[in-house]
Design a protein around this ligand. Structure first.
Ligand code: NI
Ligand code: MN
Length: 223
């Protein structure tokens, strides 16, 4: 499985014959090195309705005929804008052609330009025998221990930007609870208010069983 970071909270996951993108924020993200029209995927996963996550989701869904996987409320919003979608909700999982997706809690908000879009979420994605956890925008929560216990995580994608989400100290604690094989920091540096040094996150986990991989936008990792 190949994981590519496209800046902020956006990741492209490519497996054997299938690919999905999570939280595409490309066109208006100055740090992103790809544009929505360059993205070829089968599904679009969106954690919540904030612009820095849903930004290019409808366009990518329409161009690729790729259903949006998100909460019921958010899928309704996307399908009204012309996307296709597969609604789910917290705690539910479903097996798609590419693999299995489960929605987890995330402590955050979820609004769009049309108002409230229900609850935000995170995703557990199982594909080609590997498990990736995208935490979404969230604060630290102790149920991360349960998520890690029930789903041996190969790679955890965790916000470290602080202000809107966990900061570095809480993200280190999240890794201790989740016990992933690899952790990749996200949701930092895009805006001044979330400027962070990801090396500090890496340093804080030195000597732990988790390997921290810091990816620049456009960089990939084989899991
Ligand atoms: Ni948000
Ligand atoms: Mn965000």
């Amino acid at each position: 499985m190949k994981l590519t970071y496209h800046g902020h909270a956006c990741f492209l996951i490519e497996g054997k014959g299938h690919s999905v993108i999570i939280d595409p924020f490309l066109k208006d993200n100055p740090l992103s090195v790809v544009k929505p029209e360059d993205v070829k995927v089968d599904y679009v996963l969106v954690t919540h309705g904030h612009f820095d996550h849903i930004a290019d989701a409808v366009e990518i869904s329409r161009r690729n005929n790729a259903p949006v996987i998100a909460t019921f409320e958010l899928v309704n919003y996307c399908t009204e804008k012309g996307a296709t979608g597969h609604p789910m909700h917290i705690g539910g999982s479903y097996t798609f052609p590419f693999g299995r997706v489960k929605l987890t809690i995330a402590h955050h908000g979820s609004t769009t330009d049309a108002g409230s879009a229900g609850n935000p979420c995170g995703f557990i994605i199982e594909m080609d025998g590997k498990t990736v956890y995208h935490a979404g925008d969230t604060g630290l929560f102790s149920d991360m221990a349960l998520i890690g216990e029930m789903n041996p995580i190969d790679c955890a994608l965790l916000p470290i930007g602080d202000n809107f989400t966990m900061g570095i100290k809480d993200a280190i604690k999240a890794v201790e609870l989740l016990k992933p094989r690899i952790a990749v920091p996200m949701h930092y540096d895009t805006f001044d208010v979330i400027k962070q040094d990801p090396e500090e996150f890496k340093k804080g986990l030195q000597g732990s069983a988790t390997e921290v991989k810091i990816l620049k936008p456009g960089e990939s990792l084989e899991i």
